[in-house]
Design a protein around this ligand. Sequence first.
Ligand SMILES: [Mg+2]
Length: 122
Amino acid sequence: MLTHMALTFADASARVDAYISQFKEGYFPPLLMLARLTEETGEVARVLAHQNGKTPKPGEDPGDLELELADLLFVMVCLANERGLSLERGFERMMHKVETRDADRWTRKDASLSADPEQSGP
Ligand SMILES: [Mg+2]
């Protein structure tokens, strides 16, 4: 039973790979996956537009943001798998970048947490 078990990037990657590997078609080529990524990004935009004032067309489903974000994630996992990349390693590298390069970029809620409060801020 999977309830309350933490899902890792490796788990997500393996689960998507197990799913895709059942089919002769396999992963889409990278540029087709880029098109899918763009399509799903548009679906996220559509839900957000509906949530922020755009009136749905008659009979149009307002959509499900959580599901659309997961659709986007699925395509990203497919792209990483097809290219043989690790999303976990990529995520760690990205977080290291924002936690170091951008460490003093934003206004901290607690100024005492800033490495050098004299140098942060405009
Ligand atoms: Mg979608």
